[in-house]
Design a protein around this ligand. Structure first.
Ligand SMILES: [Zn+2]
Length: 284
């Protein structure tokens, strides 16, 4: 590693922390000063010999070295966002394995073809990789996972369910327990169906792409779906009454408008509560 890249790495404070979840599952937590400022560390998981997601490319060297001695025979992506699939290309090459993704023919959807500056700043670029279409079940000689279609956050989004342990790996399906701002391409109505579909599996533990680790998550999944459903109804009712989008936003989201404005500004409007209101009204 060159002096400059080592200095940048030290300045950013790149870290990877490996933790045993259970006898078949290991989590890897990626963080640095930027992810801490945003409040979103990134997690990926090794389940048997299947790697679920690969983290972001800013920490590529750290990730590659942490996984060097692990046996990885398959990479499965929850969805194609650069904070979760940023190291697919190099890890697939190093471990000589295939990568699975849903809607793999559309690798450049969700704005990853031309990343906004904040996405490059926080996560780094997304190196192109070859992916095969994810089947309904993924397996190696050692492990099998069920694949559950879960669009809403991204059209490439799936969830992986390990029937041996009862663990469900939910990527960005649940980033927070309540109703939040969304990215421009997100579809809250689809998210509701996805949350209910995952709840119906009756998983014992939920492990997410940004660190939520929830035991017996069915109630949380259904509650989030209920909350989004109610928020969509409220938005439509208020629109019918003739309220402007800004007024609707204040009625539907009671608190945290300062943080929403901050996030909307740094993401150039790509992540905001305004996007949620717009998405609710798009077919209205
Ligand atoms: Zn995402």
């Amino acid at each position: 590693m060159s002096f400059i890249s080592r200095a940048i790495q030290n300045l950013r404070g790149d870290q990877i922390r490996k933790k045993t979840v259970d006898s078949q599952t290991v989590s890897f937590r990626l963080s640095n000063n930027l992810t801490k400022a945003l409040g979103f560390d990134v997690y990926f998981y090794l389940v048997g010999d299947i790697l679920i997601d690969t983290g972001f490319s800013h920490v590529q060297k750290t990730v590659v070295s942490a996984l060097q001695k692990e046996e990885i025979n398959l990479i499965c992506c929850t969805h194609n966002h650069e904070d979760h699939t940023g190291n697919c290309a190099i890890l697939a090459k190093q471990h000589n394995c295939e990568v699975y993704l849903k809607n793999s023919e559309d690798l450049l959807c969700d704005g990853v073809g031309s990343l906004y500056p904040y996405r490059k700043l926080f996560w780094g670029h997304l190196e192109p990789y070859l992916a095969k279409e994810v089947p309904e079940e993924v397996s190696t000689n050692a492990k099998m996972l069920k694949v559950i279609d879960s669009p809403g956050h991204s059209k490439t989004h799936v969830v992986y369910f390990d029937q041996d342990t009862g663990n469900v790996f939910t990527g960005d399906l649940v980033v927070s327990p309540g109703v939040s701002g969304v990215m421009t391409q997100e579809r809250p109505l689809e998210l509701i169906q996805s949350l209910r579909r995952v709840a119906a599996l009756n998983p014992e533990r939920m492990l997410s792409g940004h660190g939520m680790d929830v035991r017996a998550p069915v109630a949380l999944l259904n509650r989030k779906a209920d909350r989004i459903e109610k928020a969509i109804d409220d938005v439509k009712k208020l629109a019918k009454q003739g309220l402007q989008k800004s007024q609707i936003k204040k009625r539907v989201f009671k608190h945290g408008h300062g943080r929403d404005a901050f996030v909307a500004t740094i993401t150039q409007g790509q992540y905001s509560r305004d996007n949620f209101i717009k998405a609710c009204l798009q077919d209205f």
